[in-house]
Design a protein around this ligand. Structure first.
Ligand code: SF4
Length: 438
């Protein structure tokens, strides 16, 4: 058997695509290996969202080339491959293949031709491509990603995704449900539906509200999550489905990016501060107790101290449970690249620290208030320390519980006994029935 090693960078969409790549290559006689030294084919599935993500990949390609024996192949796939295309092949002579996110159906043929000595690039956008003929390899976890939409039609001025993932398109609801049924038949009880603006899903007949209802009804599925939504696409239909479908978990990752309407306009996010706050209220009305995480960029060109203060005040007003915070990274070819008024990196760094401090203070206060409460966890994997398992609540809180690894994949009601400010410790709740075996 030929062996393939894939290293994955970036978002959940890339993790799901790696499952697709293993599935496509399995059909061509490749088996998975986790050791690049024994691989006949090494693939790096890349991210282009920020400069440092690409720098890391360039370094890694240099390291992986040491494992290339005579006849072995090294390929770069994903968003960085799409962005750079021929330049990447020309610039790195150890790389044999450069394939964008729409080129995975043909990977078997491309690998065969590269084995004959060709060096190949495939970065053609294929707006029809949903890989329905490929069965993704599951990673053996208790939860699984399911891509329901590819590409993005927004044009946020800082974002490279529309240039690396192409136009937005949604899979047929029946195809998504069929994939979820297959996943559930393999014992997975939690799925996360993926898209760049996932709540804008529409297959021409059904929208995201109908998709949530259909996936929630699949036998064996106990939890449904989704990411990444756009604040503008939480329609009444989507909100109603979130409120009605018991499998939909009480957590939403809701990217904000900035708290200043002036900056949001320059980002072309298509909502203002008040629209975002209204969306938060609607979500909290639809799902009481819902937890919210977000993405925030500081130092966007033209951001003033007043703009930044608006980001801080909105963060405090909403009270996010968590936030992924970044300093603006210039991406070549994005509209924001042409904007003047660059923020001094020292100022941006100082703002980032102030933002992180506020986010942590809020999250800690919210998490400390949960100590003593009970919650249902799904045991996901062994914790890094101690004989503990890592469990996750419906509201996306991570709890470490003393349980044997044979409890992985099972559900249990626990009582939260402590918190570090971000993660929790817990004990099985004596009042409740023991482990729920799924
Ligand atoms: S919605 Fe905006 S930030 Fe999100 S992927 Fe699309 S262009 Fe990028």
């Amino acid at each position: 058997m030929k062996r393939v090693y894939i290293e994955t960078y970036g978002c959940q969409m890339n993790v799901a695509d790696t499952g697709l790549l293993y599935g496509a290559l399995k059909a061509d006689g490749f088996e998975k290996t986790t050791d690049p030294a024994e691989a006949d084919l090494m693939l790096v599935n890349t991210c282009a969202i920020r400069e440092n993500a690409e720098q890391r990949v360039v370094g890694r390609i240099g390291e992986l080339k040491r494992h290339k024996r005579e006849g072995d192949l090294l390929g770069v796939v994903g968003c960085m491959a799409q962005r750079l295309g021929d330049d990447l092949l020309d610039g790195t002579r150890h790389v044999d293949l450069v394939i964008g996110p729409d080129g995975y159906s043909g990977i078997g043929d491309l690998v065969a031709r590269a084995s004959d000595g060709e060096r190949l690039v495939d970065v053609e956008f294929k707006s029809w491509e949903h890989y329905e003929e490929i069965t993704p390899e599951l990673d053996g976890g208790v939860s699984s990603f399911v891509t329901v939409q590819r590409g993005c039609d927004h044009r946020c001025t800082f974002c490279i995704v529309p240039m690396t993932r192409g136009p937005e398109r949604s899979r047929k609801l029946a195809d998504v449900v069929a994939e979820v049924q297959t996943i559930a038949s393999r014992g997975v009880t939690e799925v996360t539906l993926l898209g760049q603006t996932v709540n804008n899903y529409n297959d021409g007949v059904d929208d995201f509200g109908q998709l949530l209802r259909a996936v929630g009804q699949v036998d064996g599925i106990r939890r449904v999550r989704f990411t990444s939504p756009h604040p503008n696409d939480f329609t009444d239909n989507v909100m109603a489905a979130m409120a009605d479908v018991p499998e939909v978990c009480e957590h939403v990752h809701l990217p904000l990016q900035s708290g200043s309407s002036r900056v949001l306009k320059r980002m072309l996010r298509r909502y203002g501060r008040d629209d975002f706050l209204r969306c938060v209220d609607d979500l909290r009305n639809a799902m009481p107790g819902i937890t919210l995480s977000t993405d925030i960029i500081v130092g966007f060109p033209g951001e003033t101290e007043e703009d930044f203060e608006e980001t801080l005040s909105l963060v405090n007003e909403v009270g996010f449970d968590d936030a992924f915070t970044f300093i603006y990274s210039v991406r070549e070819g994005t509209p924001a690249e042409k904007l003047g008024d660059r923020v001094d990196p020292k100022v941006a760094g100082e703002r980032l620290q102030r933002l992180i401090a506020d986010v942590r203070t809020i999250a800690r206060k919210k998490n400390v208030a949960l100590v003593g409460k009970t919650a249902e966890v799904l045991y996901e994997k062994e914790a890094r320390r101690g004989d503990l398992l890592q469990g996750r609540t419906r509201s996306n809180k991570v709890v470490l519980v003393e349980r044997g690894k044979d409890s992985i994949g099972q559900y249990e009601e626990i009582r939260i006994t402590g918190t570090t400010g971000s993660t929790f410790t817990g004990v099985p709740n004596p009042q409740r029935r023991a482990l729920t075996v799924v």
